[in-house]
Design a protein around this ligand. Sequence first.
Ligand code: TXA
Ligand code: MG
Length: 342
Amino acid sequence: MPSSKIKAASNASIAEAARLLADGQLVGVPTETVYGLAADATNSIAVRKIFQAKGRPANNPLIIHVDSEESARRWVRVDHLEWLAAQWRRAAAFWPGPLTVVVPRSADVVDEVTAGAPTVAVRVPSHPVMRSLLAACEFPIAAPSANPSNYVSPTCAEHVRQGLGDTVAMILDGGECECGLESTIIRLRRDGVELLRPGGLSVEQLQDAFGCVHLPHDDAAKAAGDHSRPTDPVAPMPAPGMLAKHYAPTKPLRTVEAWRPTDIEPSRVARIAFAPLPDDQAGRFGWYRTLSSSGDLNEVAQHLFTAIRQADATGCELIVIDRCERTGIGRAIMDRIDRAAG
Ligand code: TXA
Ligand code: MG
């Protein structure tokens, strides 16, 4: 694929992306979380192309992106219940930003977006290029992360080109994503919110706003120190995409506690550290990257997926990575690492 499909964001390239989307084509777009594979959310044929390009099961619904809470209202039903309208307002206070809200859908949403579900996932992204693109479009944008199904999400335009370059008409380059992990997904409840996917917005922030955050069963178990990843197959799990093994590199990945140098020696290991290791340790590994000079977890989140992709492309046999506490952004970091470790 000619790399000319990647276009630096400018007024002209954003206008071109809007035209391509209006024409039913797919465009790679930057958001503050990860890059998205965008289509006109009101065009069933265009939305079906997303599923085809990603190899995504048709029963896994998409997020729709809008430029404001006011625009979102056409696609949701939140005013028929007083408590729902109140929770919606609390959630909308986090927009624009890395929060996706699952609410009852309006009849105007096309079935392909919601995979036939009675709910729709909506968010207002904060990335300035995505915001300009949304302003230039007369329709909401349906966009999953712009990676082939089950691979690591893309955090720069080049990642999109590598995974889906042949399927998009254009990739709008808005630089490296600031957050680096996908949005937090919640379902609104009368008594608070239910966390469907930890992400860029922390549970602590949700806790402050809603008073009560219901955590998924396996997440709560992991938080309590159970790392065996029990996923109850019959427990309600309303983010269908979270059932699959996700974010996985092709090479096996383990956290540092689960790796014994006697099993696979360091020279065959690609080591990803959250903060710099002492030189004598770092030098033993076949490949080595540090995600933050100070171990700052926001920097770790921002660079995590790029480092996993780089480690995956080395000749090493195994990726070994640090772990952190499941607080703040650490919860989403550990969620993605655990999923990558399978
Ligand atoms: O940060 C993000 O959220 C990125 C950027 C591009 O916005 N998008 C993203 O989309 O991560 P995707 O499709 O890779 O993940 C969306 C998740 C999936 O797990 C899907 O199952 C869930 O959202 N989802 C979508 N609609 C839903 C609904 N109505 N009810 C429950 N879960 C839903
Ligand atoms: Mg995804």
